[in-house]
Write a protein that binds this ligand. Structure first.
Ligand code: PLP
Length: 395
């Protein structure tokens, strides 16, 4: 689905037939397109998941210090040693997994590159990847670019696993499963029991799990994040993807990472090197400072988002949306059936006449999702209150 707008210009029609390309098989990101529309109409952007509040001051100071200390040339392609060592320590403590910083950790340009590099490293054209639906919109194009055939498995209405559908989805062609927990857009936090079920399927079918855990510190109501790679038998068949973007409110820094055993890592590193050479060197140094923040930082982060989640939830309910409080991440996935418009038309209406941007549900499905809309609450309290006031205009 694409909306007309000042996005990426389309080449002339004859160019397509003469030069077909893998880029023709997917559209521009709807989320980023919504951001542009929001800017055009001066709407509050609850579409793209980035904070409009500052990152911790310690990170800003560390980044400036690194630049002033002349850490401005290429870092080692797979990541600065001090950052890989700090990551190994943090992951051991928080995720209960051991990785050797020398050959099992790769620093990437965000988790976006981490996912792309992992898929390119793993997939041969024709391999199947199992993807629970709804899914973070990048996974569709990631599959197309890497040549994978995605096998989408719908989650149940309460976002739990339909075990029979999962069993049916795996075959001898399955190379990987792509999981995201805590989940964007649903807010689902997969339980240890659900993850064990997925782990057993991976082991039975000799598949790899690529698990995007970028919201690992943003969980609510006593839900606990469990890393799929920490489960027995998954150590050498999991690529765990993390990022500094969401945990430390630095989405523009573009620093993420992969954690995987030596064999997987050596392939990922080769792809990563030729894709990007490396993540920004001074920001890698600043990310070491991020990992030195006290434990209280993570508690406060989840507490702040809990408050924001409740503010937006109350506003959406008041405006007539059907929704439930998410278990994790920073989105509310609403049902808009009662408004009598499909997602794209409704998203446009919201931007142009109400002044609030959200993401049409269909961007999280290969088919369907037209009755859904996703809002982020990764914004200042004032931004959320103003958005809720504007949403009242809908009534
Ligand atoms: N994965 C998920 C599930 C996301 O929601 C996002 C951003 O919204 C990303 C990855 C992108 O993260 P990064 O900034 O680390 O590339």
């Amino acid at each position: 689905m694409t909306l007309p707008g000042p996005g990426i210009p389309e080449p002339p029609a004859q160019f397509f037939s003469a030069h077909p390309s893998r880029a023709d098989s997917f559209t521009e990101s709807v989320i980023r397109e919504m951001t542009r529309l929001a800017l055009k109409h001066n709407a509050i952007n609850l579409a793209q998941g980035f904070p409009d509040f500052p990152c911790p001051p310690e990170l800003k100071a560390a980044a400036c210090e690194a630049i002033n200390a002349d850490i401005n040339q290429y870092a080692i392609t797979w990541g600065a040693k001090d950052l890989r060592e700090a990551l190994a320590a943090r992951v051991q403590k928080f995720n209960g997994m051991s990785f050797d910083p020398e050959d099992e950790i790769t620093v990437t340009c965000g988790s976006t590159e981490a996912m792309m590099a992992s898929m390119l490293a793993l997939i041969s054209p024709g391999d199947e990847v199992v993807v629970p639906e709804p899914f973070y919109e990048n996974y569709g194009p990631d599959a197309q670019i890497s040549g994978a055939t995605p096998h989408f498995v719908p989650l149940k209405d309460d976002f739990s696993l339909d075990e029979e559908k999962w069993k049916d989805a795996f075959s001898e062609k399955t190379r990987a499963v792509i999981l995201n927990s805590p989940n964007n857009p649903t807010g689902k936090v997969f339980s240890k029991q659900e993850l064990s079920f997925i782990a057993d399927l991976c082991i039975e079918h000799n598949a790899v799990a690529i698990t995007d855990e970028i919201y690992e510190h943003i969980v609510y109501d006593g839900h606990r994040h469990v890393s799929l790679g920490s489960l027995p038998g998954m150590e050498d068949r999991t690529i765990t993807i993390g990022s500094f973007s969401k945990t430390y409110s630095v989405t523009g820094w573009r620093v993420g990472y992969t954690l995987a055993d030596t064999a997987l890592t050596s392939r990922i590193r080769k792809i990563h090197d030729f894709l990007t050479v490396g993540a920004p060197a001074p920001l890698q140094r600043a990310c070491v400072a991020a990992l030195q923040l006290p434990e209280s930082y993570y508690k406060e982060l989840a507490g702040e988002y809990d408050r924001k989640r409740r503010t937006l939830f109350a506003g959406l309910k008041k405006a007539g949306f059907w929704c439930e409080l998410p278990q994790g991440a920073y989105y509310i996935f609403t049902d808009i059936s009662s408004f009598g418009m499909t997602d794209t038309a409704f998203a446009r209406h919201l931007i142009e006449t109400v002044g609030v941007a959200a993401v049409p549900g269909s961007s999280f499905y290969h088919k369907g999702g037209e009755t859904k809309l996703r809002f982020t609450f990764s914004k200042k309290d004032g931004t959320l209150t103003e958005a809720c006031t504007r949403l009242e205009r809908l009534g």
